[in-house]
Ligand binder design. Structure first.
Ligand code: FPP
Ligand code: K
Ligand code: ZN
Length: 507
């Protein structure tokens, strides 16, 4: 993609994700050293750099305004010591100075609640940069091109940037990845995948021009989805590939945003299983993905994980009103219990699964489950405005805000998994999405702007900003609200759907 941001800086990405990148021997030592040096969190010159100084900082008094819940290890400990408890202890030691506001590696200013400000300009600059060229060492990311566009555009949109001005550039980047047999690949010449198609469609929705919408070959997409639909109700992620809840969610997002016909194409093999529609048997498939713990796994019978919980709950929230679909296909008390156990104290952030560590990206994958579950519990909306009674907040917004703002901001811009990790575009996007979710109340109304009644409840979501007395973040740190299912602005989702409603579709 050609440069859009005036200022250029070298991209930063975590090399841990690139273990398989086939770097040449000539490049390897030099490039990695250069990257890693760049990624060191530099302490400001004004502070002590001695180990004594570090020790004092970690023992220093917490920033006033920070409740004890977020500054001390948990009062009850399991006496059994394992590799898992050691890793958890190490994570706590890394996070506590950040939560207390005593780390040298943190930028201020801190507000009266002891929460550091969002480094908005640094993150904007980081994300514009993430849309630029990458050196050869990033070759492993070549199958994630639409994702990199999505993460960049979504993060910038959350931060208040107008991404419609790059619509031509986005179209030019995405066009070569569409296959005539339907869908988008992860890179040039690669077969279509539901995850890259999801990222491509959402990117086109965010730039929001007719040219962007007209790029999608809906007929071919529909035929391709018909080939991915399986006899047990789910979707494979690509032809000959695995079937999992990512497939179910990405397919449902694409079907509903592009206003595709629900009928299975006549040649779809899933018709042999007795299905007529792309969505037949999908809720039942997702139901089989709820594990004994109450969480949701990628496919039936394996370990529950937060990323899959979001995919499944968002998919159910597309299929129909959450108070019907989630309540019908999930054991709610068990789901609530597992989801609640994902938020840790003192960290405040979420883990993805039992006995694992907090990670900033789960601010979205787990955090994004809460509005969907809340809507299921709130029940059928009675009006076009916010409901007068709801079950209230099901998780600690304060805890998540503290984890995000204190622990996930890289001092050189971009957001991250946890202290000590590099920033990357994926974490920057999903940590900011999580922050935005804490800053808004998301609810459904009884009206949708769409003429086609299919999936109308998915287009009935609205949001309102949380009030000042609920917030520990500064007013200036408020982000754009995102649609809780489509993870782009509400308007972008509605505009795309309405555009395709007006376009004839020849089956
Ligand atoms: C475990 O990683 C992670 C997973 C099992 C799932 C990852 C999937 C996603 C993040 C998103 C899928 C969604 C779409 C829409 C394509 P880990 O073992 O490194 O992390 P952990 O220790 O936190 O579980
Ligand atoms: K992780
Ligand atoms: Zn992560």
């Amino acid at each position: 993609m050609p440069t859009v941001a005036g200022k250029r800086r070298n991209v930063r990405f975590p090399f841990a994700h690139l273990k398989t990148a086939p770097l040449t021997t000539a490049q390897k030592p030099q490039k990695q050293t250069q990257k890693q040096n760049q990624n060191q969190e530099k302490r400001p010159d004004t502070r002590s750099t001695s180990s004594q100084g570090r020790k004092m900082a970690s023992q220093a008094a917490p920033h006033p305004g920070t409740p004890a819940l977020f500054t001390q290890p948990p009062p009850i400990r399991d006496p059994l010591v394992t590799e898992t408890t050691d890793l958890q202890d190490a994570t706590l030691s890394k996070c506590l100075p950040f939560l207390k506001g005593t780390s040298d590696l943190q930028k201020g200013p801190f507000n009266a609640s002891g929460v550091p400000a969002l480094q908005r300009d640094d993150h904007v600059e980081y994300l514009y940069d993430s849309l630029e060229d990458y050196p050869a060492g990033f070759v492993a990311m070549d199958s994630s091109r639409p994702w990199m566009i999505y993460w960049g555009l979504a993060g910038l949109t959350l931060l208040g940037e107008d991404v419609s001005r790059v619509h031509q550039r986005v179209i030019a980047s995405i066009r070569p990845m569409q296959n005539p047999t339907g869908g988008f690949g992860g890179g040039h010449g690669q077969i279509s995948h539901l995850a890259s198609s999801y990222a491509a469609v959402l990117s086109l929705a965010m730039v929001g021009s007719s040219d962007a919408f007209a790029l999608v070959d809906r007929q071919a997409m529909w035929q391709w989805l018909g080939r991915l639909k399986q006899a047990d109700g789910g979707f494979r992620v690509c032809e000959g590939g695995e079937e999992d809840v990512r497939g179910a969610y990405c397919a449902s997002v694409i079907i509903s945003l592009l206003n595709l016909p629900l009928d299975l194409p006549p040649t779809s093999e899933a018709r042999l299983a007795g299905f007529d529609n792309l969505t037949d048997g999908l809720g039942e498939y997702l139901s089989r993905c709820q594990s004994f713990e109450g969480g949701i796994s990628g496919s039936p019978g394996v370990e529950a994980h937060g990323a899959y919980a979001f995919c499944a709950l968002a998919c159910l929230s597309i299929l129909g009103p959450p108070e019907n679909t989630i309540a019908k296909h999930m054991n709610l008390p068990l789901l609530l219990s597992w989801l609640s156990a994902r938020q840790y104290a003192p960290e405040g952030g979420f883990s993805g699964r039992t006995n694992k560590l907090v990670d900033g990206c789960y601010s979205h994958w787990v955090g994004g489950c809460w509005p969907l579950l809340q809507s299921a519990l709130d029940g059928k909306p009675q009006s076009a405005s916010a409901p007068s009674t709801t079950v209230g907040s099901l998780f600690s917004r304060e805890g998540l805000d503290r984890y995000i703002l204190a622990c996930c901001q890289h001092p050189q811009g971009g957001l991250r998994d946890k202290p000590g990790k590099h920033a990357d575009a994926y974490h920057t996007c999903y940590v900011l999405t999580g922050l935005s979710a804490t800053q808004h109340h998301h609810y459904r109304t009884d009206s949708s702007p769409c003429a086609n009644k299919n999936f109308s409840s998915a287009f009935s979501w609205r949001s309102k900003p949380t009030s000042a007395d609920e917030n520990v973040f500064e007013k200036s740190d408020r982000l754009t609200a995102f649609h809780p299912i489509y993870v782009i602005p509400h308007q972008a989702a509605e505009k795309m759907r309405l555009w395709y409603e007006a376009e004839p579709f020849a089956t």
